[in-house]
Write a protein that binds this ligand. Structure first.
Ligand SMILES: [Zn+2]
Length: 159
């Protein structure tokens, strides 16, 4: 059975966290100041830590291998994506877009066309059939041209 990857992203890799959510990985953002708290969440929820902070990597639970963590080498998003994809052998077949809210990582809920009427631009309403909504921040997502262009750009990075 394939392992479902879940992450907790340190506040120094925020864009990477957003990308992971976009392609369908459960990725919590850690915005606290106590690294120990981030490690504790990783243990409790079986999440992989993503950080640019070598101090985090020196923690006992990480050096002992009880918690998995990846030290992100570059500050450039494309390189970060490449690093994580290579280290975890992530490929496009694992992508599940429109699963998590890009902003708050909540699971998106399917919505019918009539439910989003007057809540999305009219050209979107007329051309799109599938919509999802975040139950927390109420953002509505769809597979629009913008999303497709972004997806293509990312696929080029991976390949
Ligand atoms: Zn949201």
């Amino acid at each position: 059975m394939e392992e479902v990857l879940k992450f907790i992203a340190d506040n120094n890799v925020g864009k990477l966290a957003k990308w992971l959510r976009m392609v369908g990985f459960d990725t919590e953002s850690f915005n606290g100041t106590d690294d120990g708290e981030m490690v504790a969440i990783a243990v409790a929820e079986n999440r992989i830590i993503l950080t640019r902070d070598t101090g985090v990597m020196a923690r006992r639970l990480i050096t002992s291998g009880q918690v998995r963590a990846i030290l992100i080498e570059s500050d450039r998003l494309v390189r970060q994506i490449r690093q994580v994809s290579e280290e975890l052998h992530i490929d496009k077949s694992q992508y599940k877009p429109l699963t998590f809210c890009l902003e708050c990582n909540r699971t998106l809920m399917p919505r019918t066309k009539s439910e989003v009427k007057n809540r999305v631009p009219s050209h979107v309403f007329e051309t799109q059939e599938q919509f999802v909504e975040c139950p927390s921040c109420n953002r509505i997502y769809w597979r629009g041209t913008h999303w497709q262009a972004m997806q293509r750009k990312i696929e080029n990075v991976i390949e």
